[in-house]
Design a protein. Structure first.
Length: 260
C-alpha cells in the first residue's frame, strides 16, 4: 500500500470501516496456516485481527436485530379464530426476547471496539464503560456527547431486557400480549362467549404488535446513525495506532518467514 493510497483512504467518508477492511486484506487474507498464526501473534497482526473481528460481530448483531424486527412485524393476527394448538404468545415472546437481548448487546460490542482500537487494555466487565470514558484521549474530541446518544438508544430497551434477564418471565404492562398463554386453559361455556374472547385477544395482539413494530423499526435507523458517529470518532486513533504498529512491525528483525 503506497502513501498516496493510505492518504486517499483517510479522506474517505467511511474511512474507518474501509481502512480496517483494506488493511486486514492487505496483511491477513493471503496468509495461511502457520504464517497467519505467527502474524496474528504480533502486535500489528493481533490488532488488525481483533478490530476486524469485533466489527464483524457488530454487523452480525445488527443483522440479527433486523431479522427479529422482521419476524415480529410479520406476525400480525388475522380475524380468524385463534388456533389452540399454536401458542402465539410464546412465539412472539421468543422473537421479542431475541430482539431485546441483541439490542442491549450492541452497546457492549461497541465498548469492546473502542477499547481495542485505542489499545487501552481494559478488561471486560461492569466497570469497562466508566474506565473507557475516563481514559480517552481528549485530543480526539469530546466523546461524551456521542456516547450519550448510545445511552439514549439503550435506555428504551434496557428495562425490558433486565426484566427478562432477571425474572425469566414476561409480566411488564407493555408486554401483556406475551402473557396471553396464561389464559389458554379457559374453557368458554357458549359459542358466543368463545367468539367474544377470541376477538378480544386478537385486538390485544394487534395493538401490541403494532407498538412493538414501531419500536423495532426505529431502532435500526437510530443505531446506524450512532455507529456512524462512533466510527468517525475512531478513524483518527485507528490510523495513529496503525502508524505506530506498522513502524514497530517492520523495524523488528524478521525470524524465518514470520514477516507477511
Amino acid at each position: 500500500m503506497t502513501n498516496e493510497e493510505f492518504a486517499a483512504m483517510k479522506a474517505a467518508d467511511t474511512q474507518f470501516i474501509e481502512a480496517v477492511a483494506c488493511m486486514f486484506s492487505e496483511f491477513c487474507v493471503e496468509l495461511k496456516g502457520e504464517k497467519l498464526n505467527r502474524f496474528i501473534a504480533t502486535p500489528l497482526g493481533g490488532y488488525l485481527w481483533k478490530t476486524n473481528h469485533i466489527i464483524s460481530e457488530i454487523n452480525q448483531n445488527l443483522d440479527d436485530i433486523k431479522l427479529a424486527e422482521t419476524l415480529i412485524a410479520a406476525f400480525m393476527p388475522s380475524d380468524q379464530p385463534l388456533k389452540k394448538e399454536v401458542n402465539a404468545a410464546e412465539l412472539i415472546r421468543y422473537h421479542y426476547e431475541n430482539y431485546l437481548l441483541r439490542t442491549t448487546k450492541l452497546k457492549d460490542l461497541t465498548l469492546t471496539l473502542i477499547n481495542t482500537v485505542m489499545r487501552l487494555g481494559h478488561k471486560k466487565g461492569l466497570g469497562l464503560e466508566s474506565k473507557l470514558l475516563k481514559n480517552l484521549d481528549p485530543t480526539y474530541g469530546q466523546f461524551e456527547v456521542i456516547w450519550g446518544h448510545m445511552n439514549q438508544l439503550n435506555d428504551h430497551v434496557k428495562p425490558y431486557r433486565n426484566h427478562l434477564a432477571h425474572s425469566g418471565t414476561v409480566q411488564h404492562q407493555d408486554l401483556a400480549l406475551l402473557n396471553a398463554h396464561y389464559t389458554w386453559g379457559i374453557k368458554p361455556k357458549t359459542i358466543a362467549e368463545e367468539f367474544r374472547y377470541e376477538k378480544a385477544m386478537i385486538e390485544v395482539q394487534r395493538e401490541l404488535i403494532e407498538k412493538f413494530t414501531a419500536q423495532t423499526k426505529a431502532y435500526p435507523l437510530a443505531s446506524d446513525q450512532v455507529l456512524k458517529m462512533i466510527y468517525l470518532y475512531l478513524a483518527k486513533p485507528f490510523f495513529d495506532q496503525m502508524g505506530v504498529l506498522v513502524d514497530e512491525h517492520y523495524q523488528r528483525k524478521p525470524v524465518g518467514n514470520a514477516k507477511p
